[in-house]
Design a binder for this molecule. Structure first.
Ligand SMILES: Cc1ncc(COP(=O)(O)O)c(C=O)c1O
Length: 414
């Protein structure tokens, strides 16, 4: 199998580096690797093409938004219609009310919605509402749980100061006892517990909730007046359209959505229960672009489409078929591939080679036209097909073959 030439991407990346710090910044910066494309020229369905005109089966879906595939005609038409009528206008659009009604109707236990642009808007607002409602400072989150880039979420990265995380404490995933101990150490001080519905860290296998975990967490939150926030920014609409909490059998107070909600149009939402509605009205959280109407129209169309095609089930079935075939492909070549997390967001790890070896295999897949990442969970969309599974496995097998047997592979990659 021929490997791709990405020289146009490399040239443009050099140009970018002279005018943009790092060339490509933020989380997209992590995917800049030798032999990997940096810039796209076009996209369609579950595929994109780089600026050297190489085609990729995309298993990242832009880190999650593209749940119905690139250029979905129904969503794009809804956005186009709203753009034609007006996008950023001095008044709110009816599209905002229609979207809120759709969300309240669709997501269980939630009575209202507020809107922002990125997932980090909804998590920041959720925490502010929890603090305002309880009059408490402390935020409890899971170790390495990612909730966006506000300083309190950054775990001491450059540009943040100690006091930013002074009131943030972490507990291990799936450890309700640790949370209970924390509550007894600081009675009446914890405003909220914020967590994704299952653990999807980077560089580690992803982990589902243990039996009874969420029920115990909910009981502790209720007992101690702690606001329970589910950060469904990444996994929202991929587990259960009524909310991931429905699948795991518990009731949160606030749910954060982002990423897939508008199929790529910039929008996020915070949803909450009636008990927090008044506080939500008092907290001041806004932005110039928060009222863009086209992304709201696109989001309503996205949610309707997700419902119409039974997207969560479709992606779960696809993810299961993909994982089974890919693990089998690896086994046939002497490699052990672990697929963790939910099937619609699989995290892959080769368990009988080093992390460096795993990354070498990932790079070989990318060079042959399957866009995967070594450190992050993947995302499937409703547009991925069984032909894509065939292609992915064909590329994966060739990528293994290019590196030789496990022994040779380890000698080469260390
Ligand atoms: C679980 C989770 N919460 C919040 C965020 C922040 O979302 P955004 O990057 O849209 O601000 C992300 C982004 O990856 C996320 O995965």
């Amino acid at each position: 199998m021929k490997t791709y030439d990405v020289s146009n991407s490399d040239v443009l990346l050099d140009r970018a580096k002279s005018v943009i710090p790092g060339g490509i910044f933020g989380h997209y910066g992590y995917s800049v690797r030798d032999g990997s494309p940096s810039f796209f020229s076009r996209s369609q369905g579950a595929h994109f093409w780089d600026i050297d005109d190489n085609e990729y089966v995309d298993l990242m879906c832009a880190y999650g938004p593209m749940i119905l595939g690139y250029n979905n005609p129904v969503v794009d038409e809804a956005a186009r219609k709203q753009y034609a009528a007006g996008n950023t206008v001095s008044l709110s659009a009816p599209a905002m009310v229609e979207l809120a009604e759709m969300l309240v109707d669709m997501v269980s236990d939630m009575d209202w919605a507020l809107f922002g642009k990125n997932g980090g808007d909804s998590t920041a607002l959720a925490v502010m509402i929890a603090r305002a409602a309880t009059g408490r400072n402390k935020i409890v989150k899971v170790h390495e749980g990612y909730h966006g880039v506000s300083p309190w979420m950054q775990d001491g990265r450059p540009g943040t100061i100690e006091t930013d995380i002074e009131h943030v404490t972490t507990v291990p995933w799936n450890d309700a006892d640790a949370f209970e101990s924390l509550i007894s150490e600081s009675p009446g001080e914890i405003a909220c517990f914020i967590s994704s519905p299952y653990d999807h860290p980077v560089f580690r296998d992803n982990e589902l909730p243990a039996e009874g975990y969420w029920q115990k967490m909910e009981q502790l939150c209720r007992q101690h007046g702690i606001v329970l926030i589910v950060d469904d920014v990444r996994s929202g609409f991929r587990i259960n359209l009524a909310g991931s909490h429905v699948e795991y059998g518990f009731t949160p107070d606030l749910i954060c959505f982002g990423k897939a909600i508008g199929n790529g149009y910039p929008l996020s939402a915070l949803m909450g229960s009636d008990a927090l509605k008044e506080t939500a009205q008092e907290v001041f959280f806004t932005g110039t672009q928060f009222f863009n109407a086209a992304p709201m129209a696109a989001a309503t169309a996205t949610l309707k489409e997700l419902k119409r095609v039974d997207a969560a089930k479709q992606m779960t079935d696809f993810g299961n078929r993909l994982n089974t075939k890919l693990v089998q492909t690896a086994t046939e070549q002497g490699f052990d591939l672990v697929a963790s997390g939910i099937p619609a967001m699989p995290y892959y790890r080769l368990s009988n080679v080093s992390m460096k070896g795993h990354f070498a295999w990932i790079d070989q897949c990318v060079r042959r036209g399957v866009y995967v990442l070594g450190h992050h969970n993947h995302f499937v969309s409703t547009e991925h097909t069984d032909a894509d599974i065939e292609r992915i496995c064909e590329v994966a097998a060739d990528a293994f073959a290019a590196l030789g047997s496990v022994e040779q592979y380890q000698r080469k990659t260390g």
